[in-house]
Design a protein around this ligand. Structure first.
Ligand SMILES: *[C@@H]1O[C@H](CO)[C@@H](O)[C@H](O)[C@H]1NC(C)=O
Ligand SMILES: *[C@@H]1O[C@H](CO)[C@@H](O)[C@H](O)[C@H]1NC(C)=O
Ligand SMILES: *[C@@H]1O[C@H](CO)[C@@H](O)[C@H](O)[C@H]1NC(C)=O
Ligand SMILES: *[C@@H]1O[C@H](CO)[C@@H](O)[C@H](O)[C@H]1NC(C)=O
Length: 295
């Protein structure tokens, strides 16, 4: 599947590789994002525009999405989650091929499931290909995500998708060496975040309900950092990248040896649910579950 002919591959690279690091340059929300379903009072920024606040009350939530779509790259942001009693509240931070839950979408999800005061948040990740998800993993974190900002990132290339918390890879989702129906790699995605009420399922399986006395619930964002291929029509774009994109070079096709150690530690200590091990739900183990996280 690798392109041997580099000049050919370069010709096919129609998309523009862009990098933007909002911690180093001022970047305004409006340049790169738009709000979705937000009453004005539910979206605020700090005076200098660099910190963004999304809030949820019993009338509305709020979300934002990038104006551009990207195919492959590095996507990163710092988040500080709703503190105190946040049971029932979910902050989603994800990539998706469309603004909606259409039947053929691809999606890469981080979801932060709130909890009663002092009880641990869970971080749920999921991968959708052509409308099919059901690939949840859940982890507890090694810190309280409501106290400080932490960095949540996705590395996406044609070999692997890696979910990172700070520098630690918590989940590796690998492509296979054959045409498959589980690895999203064809369609460009937007990056989204939103805060919403999910007290029918999120906390202790829906037993703990949102306590609206604590509203508004606020999640906070900064340092949007994208180094990626920005999709440009006409189709197809961002086909192959043999240029100097670190996120699509050999070293980004696998975890490094240090990352493997961190990943193994996470697997041993922090995983609370893995669909690959859920034999009640999947009588036949999904095919991607047989792939090694490194090879
Ligand atoms: C796929 O497997 C074949 C046979 O082992 C190998 O020759 C080829 O290089 C592999 N391709 C990739 C993209 O890993
Ligand atoms: C952000 O917006 C600017 C101005 O429209 C644009 O040049 C840049 O490519 C955008 N960055 C990303 C990461 O989309
Ligand atoms: C994607 O899903 C749709 C609807 O479920 C199906 O008709 C289509 O064949 C699928 N496409 C691919 C490439 O698998
Ligand atoms: C919330 O706390 C309870 C009790 O500690 C725990 O069982 C659960 O996994 C935590 N997280 C969620 C999202 O339910």
């Amino acid at each position: 599947m690798e392109r041997k002919n580099c000049s050919m591959a370069n010709l096919l690279l129609i998309g523009v590789v862009i990098a933007i690091l909002c911690s180093e340059i001022k970047c305004s929300f409006e340049d790169n994002f738009s709000k979705s379903d937000c009453p004005d009072s539910h979206f605020k920024t700090s005076e200098d525009g660099q910190i963004w606040y999304l809030s949820l009350d019993n009338k509305a939530g709020c979300g934002f999405m990038t104006r551009q779509r990207y195919r492959f790259g590095w996507f990163s942001m710092k988040l500080k989650l709703v503190g105190g009693d946040s049971a029932g509240v979910v902050t989603a931070y994800y990539m998706c091929t469309e603004d909606g839950a259409g039947p053929t979408r691809d999606e890469l999800d981080f979801e932060f499931l709130g909890n009663r005061t002092g009880e641990p948040y869970l971080i749920q990740t999921n991968v959708y290909k052509n409308g099919t998800g059901g690939r949840e993993m859940r982890h507890v974190l090694w810190f309280d995500p409501t106290q400080d900002f932490h960095t949540y990132s996705i590395l996406w290339n044609s070999h692997q998708i890696v979910f990172f918390v700070d520098k630690v890879p918590i989940r590796v989702y690998r492509n296979a060496n054959y045409t498959n129906n589980f690895f999203p790699n064809e369609k460009p995605m937007y990056l989204f975040s939103s805060i919403w009420n999910a007290d029918d399922w999120a906390t202790r399986g829906g037993l703990e309900k949102t306590d609206w006395k604590n509203a508004p619930f606020v999640s906070t964002y900064m340092d949007f950092n994208v180094d990626a291929c920005q999709w440009e029509d006409p189709f197809p774009s961002c086909v192959s990248t043999t240029t100097q994109n670190w996120w699509d070079q050999y070293n980004s096709w696998h975890l490094s040896s240090d990352q493997k150690l961190d990943y193994a530690w996470v697997q041993r200590n922090l995983v609370t649910y893995d669909y690959c091990q859920d034999i009640e739900r999947y009588k036949v183990k999904p095919e991607e579950c047989w792939l090694s996280p490194w090879d």
